[in-house]
Write a protein that binds this ligand. Structure first.
Ligand SMILES: O=C(O)C(=O)C[C@]1(C(=O)O)C=C[C@@H](O)C=C1
Length: 272
């Protein structure tokens, strides 16, 4: 099985992808959209993308890619995120990392480095690679990246704003691998409508059947201001009659738009 995820080597996405395949079966892309595209066009069997962080919330590029491409979600991987500050030495003037990682360390950075320039780059490991090439830069990423090639100094560890920092990743697969088995299901709903009580109507079919929601997120549809796509995760599988009844109700409400069933899956917690 070949897996594609966010590169270069050493990203948190790479660490999560290691739960699915050996290191030599993992390839890298520079963006989440490119990963989902590679799976939708069946260049790879699986893609691993970050979905949501406990401090910073949704990874919006991932949600938008799931609304745009027809792929299945086949597994959820939750990992702790513990960031370190890596550099050739203390004489840097710029800190580069993924925007999510910079945001997860906001308090530390404001307190310790209020005058340093923060630069958002494609991934944490990319920021660390810049620090490896340039003594005026530091990177924020997993501390294991210090020894990837040349050795960088670990200037500080555990710099995330909360010790409990964790990110949820989805393993995505080609659409025909969509599964009905699993304790959770993800849906993307575009009602293409706007009237009082629409969101309430969309959620009632779950409440009526005692189905717990684990996430509701709205993203702009891109069509017009105030028009939304809803990402809904529920604690029930597509193998259950109540899930299919609730989805049938939602399909009626969204008759002028669309409902995408991303599939059912189980959650795995990866500690390291
Ligand atoms: O840059 C990385 O290392 C990633 O895998 C991306 C990402 C994200 O997009 O949330 C993954 C986990 C952390 O929350 C920080 C960054």
């Amino acid at each position: 099985m070949t897996v594609v995820t966010l590169g270069p080597e050493g990203t948190y996405s790479h660490r999560a992808a290691s739960a699915l395949a050996d290191r030599d079966a993992i390839e890298f892309r520079q963006s989440v959209t490119a990963i989902v595209d590679a799976v939708a066009s069946e260049d790879h069997d699986r893609g691993v993308i970050p979905i949501e962080n406990s401090i910073e919330g949704s990874v919006t590029e991932s949600l938008d890619a799931l609304a745009e491409y027809d792929v299945a979600v086949v597994r959820e991987i939750v990992t702790p995120i513990r960031h370190a500050l890596l550099a050739q030495g203390p004489g840097f003037d710029t800190i580069a990392s993924h925007s999510q990682a910079l945001a997860q360390c906001r308090s530390y950075l404001e307190r310790e480095y209020p005058d340093v320039t923060l630069e958002a780059v494609a991934s944490t490991a990319q920021g660390v690679e810049y620090a490896r090439e340039d003594p005026s830069m530091a990177g924020i990423g997993h501390p294991a990246n210090a020894d990837n090639g040349t050795t960088l100094e670990v200037l500080a560890e555990d710099i995330q704003d909360q010790d409990s920092n964790a990110t949820r990743f989805f393993a995505v697969a080609p659409a025909e691998e969509r599964s009905k088995g699993g304790g959770k299901t993800s849906l993307v709903v575009y009602p293409n409508a706007n009237y009082p009580g629409l969101l309430l109507e969309l959620l009632e079919p779950f409440a009526d059947r005692d189905i717990n929601l684990t996430r509701v997120e709205s993203r702009p549809s891109g069509q017009r201001l105030g028009d939304y796509v809803f990402h809904i995760d529920i604690e029930a599988g597509l193998y259950e009659a109540r899930t299919n009844e609730a989805i049938a109700d939602i399909e009626t409400i969204a008759e002028n738009g669309w409902v995408r069933k991303l599939g059912s899956y189980d959650t795995e917690h990866v500690v390291e």
